[in-house]
Design a protein around this ligand. Structure first.
Ligand SMILES: CC(C)(COP(=O)(O)OP(=O)(O)OC[C@H]1O[C@@H](n2cnc3c(N)ncnc32)[C@H](O)[C@@H]1OP(=O)(O)O)[C@@H](O)C(=O)NCCC(=O)NCCS
Length: 407
């Protein structure tokens, strides 16, 4: 006879019924053992917050009797997986700067997989992945991918050994603290805020062939969490007063320029470092007090990461020309000051491992992750129209587009 109390049921998350129990599992997974430092996520009582801005999403929970023992989130969207040569594109009334156009695919993303520590190695993680993949297939996704730390053995083994995923890309998460003082932005650079509509035109025109570029870029840039897109140009080329508009800019851009957009992750969830000693906390506090009192010294003070803190995520970083690294650096300084005004403790971004602009992105090694491991799997046998083969076998590009909706 089957003992019903031991049967694992996987079903859709029900906010009214499951919220508190899901939060309890989340907490038990995030607080590390042996007083080591661990990162705790506060989702403001909304466990779906990390996927809710995607065009299509689902959260599943695993239940044994009355107890929730695991969960998984997934989302699906259309992104660029390659490019091909085209006759001149008339789509946006502007000729693209190259003669390449994107190839799109329907891509699913798995995130927030958690199993209660005392229920692990019972096949629950595997069951959750299988169930969410069934939903991906039903909704026409051609590929599925997930991101994890390179040294998360349980997660890497689950996906590569048991679920058929292969290691795909290793982008870097770059995190910089927000100091108590403002950063001086180079006087050789002018920063011009773009309207969301201008940003859509710029991104579509220049970056639509970038790997992982979302076809619904307009809904990303026009989302209320996207708090601005900023263009850096050499001083003297344009000012905010003489800005001629994006169409004219695209017809004759200056010799170097860069762009980035800012996503207000602080509104979605906060983080908190737990397990730090009193000494570490006191040192951080002292550095901030000094920095606030003597801002002209430009002390690299340590923000308060030991209470819940928010952050801004920089996305859509790009640029052209020999000075584009300097332009990105100026934009990062500008974004730092914006984060300071809005009470964030850190500014984060994620870029391809060989992204040429990364040299202009200030970050602290101790807060960053040099290799975030992305694993991918093909979900279907057939290729869609226009596809040029198996994306999972393609070589890395210099740049990727990291969607802020799935951070
Ligand atoms: C990763 C995690 C979800 C796995 O859940 P789980 O229910 O224990 O996994 P399963 O029992 O389904 O394991 C399936 C396979 O994964 C691999 N695996 C799982 N845990 C492992 C571990 N600790 N060490 C090595 N391999 C492991 C094994 O191949 C295992 O098969 P086996 O038991 O037959 O050897 C769980 O460890 C967890 O919640 N970790 C903390 C949060 C996390 O890291 N999430 C992943 C982020 S993407």
């Amino acid at each position: 006879m089957v003992d019903e109390s031991l049967t694992v049921i996987v079903r859709e998350f029900d906010v009214n019924k499951d919220r508190e129990r899901v939060e309890a599992v989340e907490m038990s997974c995030e607080v590390g053992p042996n007083h080591k430092l661990s990162l705790f996520t506060n989702m403001f009582g909304d466990p779906i917050c990390r996927v809710r801005h995607s065009p299509s999403f689902l959260m599943l929970v695993a239940e044994i009797g009355e107890e929730i023992v695991g969960m998984i989130r997934g989302c699906i969207k259309t992104v660029t997986c390659g490019k091909k040569l085209s006759r001149k594109s008339k789509q946006y009334n502007i000729t693209t700067h190259t003669n390449q156009i994107p190839i799109y695919t329907k891509l699913a993303y798995i995130l927030g997989l958690r199993v209660s520590p005392n229920q692990r190695r019972m096949g629950i993680g595997l069951k959750l992945v299988n169930e969410i993949e069934a939903w991906f297939r039903k909704n026409g996704a051609e590929y599925s991918y997930m991101a994890t730390e390179n040294d998360n053995l349980a997660s890497v083994k689950l996906f590569t050994d048991k679920c058929g995923y292969s290691k795909f890309r290793t982008p870097s998460i770059l995190v910089n603290p927000v100091y108590a003082h403002k950063i001086k932005v180079s006087p050789n650079v002018t920063v011009i805020p773009l309207t969301p509509s201008e940003a859509v035109i710029l991104y579509r025109n220049r970056f639509s062939t970038t790997e992982f570029f979302p076809r619904d870029i307009d809904s990303v840039l026009k989302n209320k969490l996207s708090i601005g897109t900023f263009l850096a140009v050499p001083s003297g080329s344009y000012s905010t007063e003489s800005w001629p508009g994006l169409y004219k800019f695209l017809l004759g851009p200056p010799y170097s320029w860069a762009v980035l957009s800012v996503w207000n992750s602080k509104e979605v969830f906060t983080l908190q470092v737990r397990g730090a000693s009193r000494v570490k906390r006191a040192l951080a506090k002292t550095s901030r007090v000094l920095d606030r009192a003597l801002p002209w010294l430009n002390l690299p003070s340590i923000p308060d990461l030991f209470s819940p803190f928010g952050f801004h995520f920089l996305y859509g970083l790009g640029g052209e020309g020999p000075k584009s690294v300097k332009m990105i650096k100026a934009l990062c300084g500008f974004a730092h000051n914006m984060a300071l005004e809005r009470g964030c403790a850190v500014v984060a971004t994620e870029v391809a491992s060989c992204e040429p602009l990364r040299f202009g992105i200030p970050h602290w090694k101790m807060l960053s992750c040099a290799e975030d491991l992305w694993c991918i799997k093909r979900l279907v046998e057939d290729y869609s129209d226009g596809s040029v083969g198996d994306w999972t076998k393609s070589v890395s590009e210099f740049s990727i587009f990291v969607d802020p909706r799935e951070i």
